[in-house]
Design a protein around this ligand. Structure first.
Ligand code: SAH
Ligand code: SF4
Ligand code: F3S
Length: 452
């Protein structure tokens, strides 16, 4: 009998990747993925702890699942509940106290054990918590990637973080920085490409700190890894995220000028434009350092578009600090960004700093910042109208008969185009600009040659 699995994913792209790998590991044990909790025998919540709101969402979802589970039991059935990801890691035992009906709690470094934990649970004698950081990597225990892929595939190359920004839980939930060996990454990349992927997105909490062991026994930088991946047949596009400005090394900057598949788009979170705030955040660079990195990148890749994350209302942030952020946003010309109000996280140094900023001030600053960022995004998108650009078709659009894809600058394009399919690279003329996407027109036959 097939068992049905539903996974709800919160948080970052690394959680999306982990959810896929959990599903693949469970598939070997007869679990088939379904689209709704209502249809499932096992629900996994793959959780995020980064901000208070993200963590609280998990508990409200658990409340809903508790009721679903009771209804199921009343009908003589069973629904298993597992919590994975960063809330599981951060709370462990406390999670079982607050939500005792949860069957299993598995951290981000222990989810390869899910099949075993479920089997033991079925025999009523299993442990319920796996949140250790094992000596052996989970990657050695997960099945190889196989099966069909979408046009764009995630590939985790690095995990954990040693930066200890004063606001952030990641060094605690994901553990110390660790890089996967080059050979394992190349093997996974080959199977993703064989499954139909055209774009690889390398993931890491601090991806440009990558220093995995190469086939020559030496430590390879991210730039070297990118060069090796770019040699793989069938690879049309390459990206990596998330990078830290401090680790934008000279060879990585140079790679942006020399690897044609590397897209002219980089997510490089700056967080703030004020040196005082950057210092209090323990980011390890100044606003001027960041500007210089951007200049060097644009010297080798003039069409590079940048995106960032921002935190407003960090403890001690004054109006003039915030204005420095607005200036930096304009100067760098970010085309996309995520911005957040500072959220004090238990156990992080910034949570107990003096000078916590009042909620209405945070809200007002966030609104101003987002208005500026949105205007820049719009201006950038409008400037694409009339141009003919390469679009990677990724899937169906919203309306029947429509397809959606992305430009090299990660703008979403929708178009009506019979004769194109996901995975195609097409030359598309941008004919319109909506709030969150561009409208494109494909001249039939204008398929961009795969650059690989
Ligand atoms: N490794 C990435 C960030 C991962 S977390 C980096 O160094 O940039 C994603 C984003 O969440 C961060 O960039 C930050 O902007 C935001 N964030 C993290 N902790 C936060 C907190 N306590 N309050 C508000 N935003 C936070
Ligand atoms: Fe968190 Fe800073 Fe590490 Fe990014 S670099 S994951 S913000 S500690
Ligand atoms: Fe969230 Fe963990 Fe990612 S806290 S942002 S899911 S690393």
């Amino acid at each position: 009998m097939t068992k049905r699995l539903f996974i709800r994913t919160y948080g970052c792209q690394m959680n999306v990747y982990d959810s896929d790998r959990m599903a693949e590991a469970l598939a070997l044990h007869g679990w088939q993925r379904v689209d709704e909790a209502e249809q499932a025998d096992l629900v996994v919540l793959n959780t995020c702890h980064i901000r208070e709101k993200a963590a609280e969402k998990v508990y409200s979802e658990l409340g809903r699942l508790k009721r679903l589970r009771a209804r199921r039991a009343a009908q003589g059935g069973e629904l298993l509940l597992a919590v994975a990801g960063c809330v599981a890691q951060a709370e462990g035992e406390a999670m079982l106290e607050r939500a005792p009906f949860v069957d299993l709690v598995v951290g981000p470094q222990a989810y390869h054990r899910l099949p075993e934990l479920l089997a033991r649970r079925a025999r009523e004698r299993g442990e319920r918590i796996a949140t250790d950081f094992p000596v052996e990597s989970k990657f050695d225990h997960l099945p190889e990637r196989s099966g069909p892929r979408g046009a764009s595939a995630f590939l985790t190359v690095q995990e954990g973080c040693d930066k200890f920004c004063t606001f952030c839980v990641v060094p605690y939930t994901r553990g110390a920085e660790a890089s996967r060996p080059v050979d394992a990454i190349l093997a996974e990349a080959r199977s993703l490409l064989a499954g139909g992927a055209k774009e690889l997105v390398l993931l890491g909490q601090n991806v440009n700190a990558y220093h995995g062991e190469g086939p020559d026994g030496r430590s390879w930088s991210l730039a070297r890894l990118l060069l090796a991946l770019a040699e793989l047949p069938g690879l049309a596009r390459l990206r990596y995220t998330t990078s830290h400005p401090k680790d934008m090394s000279a060879d990585l900057i140079a790679a942006h000028g020399s690897i044609p598949q590397l897209l002219p788009y980089l997510h490089l979170p700056v967080q703030s434009g004020s040196d005082r705030v950057l210092e209090a955040m323990n980011r390890g660079y100044t606003a001027a350092d960041y500007r210089r990195i951007v200049e060097r990148l644009r010297a080798v890749r003039p069409d590079l578009a940048l995106s960032s994350d921002f935190i407003v209302g960090f403890p001690g942030e004054r109006e003039e600090d915030f204005e420095a952020t607005l200036r930096l946003v304009e100067e760098v010309g970010f085309v996309q960004a995520y911005s957040f109000k500072f959220s004090p996280r238990p156990g992080t140094p910034a949570a107990s700093l003096r000078g916590q900023v009042a909620e209405p001030v945070k809200a007002e600053r966030l609104a101003r910042l987002q208005a500026l960022l949105e205007a820049q995004t719009r201006a950038f998108n409008e400037a694409t109208v009339g141009r003919t650009v390469e679009v990677l078709i990724e899937g169906p659009g919203r309306h029947p008969g429509q397809l959606a894809g992305r430009t090299p600058w990660q703008q979403t394009v929708t178009l009506e185009a019979q004769g194109l399919a996901p995975g195609d690279l097409a030359l598309v003329t941008i004919v319109g600009c909506h709030a969150h996407s561009l409208a494109g027109r494909w001249a039939a036959g204008a398929t961009a040659e795969s650059r690989a």
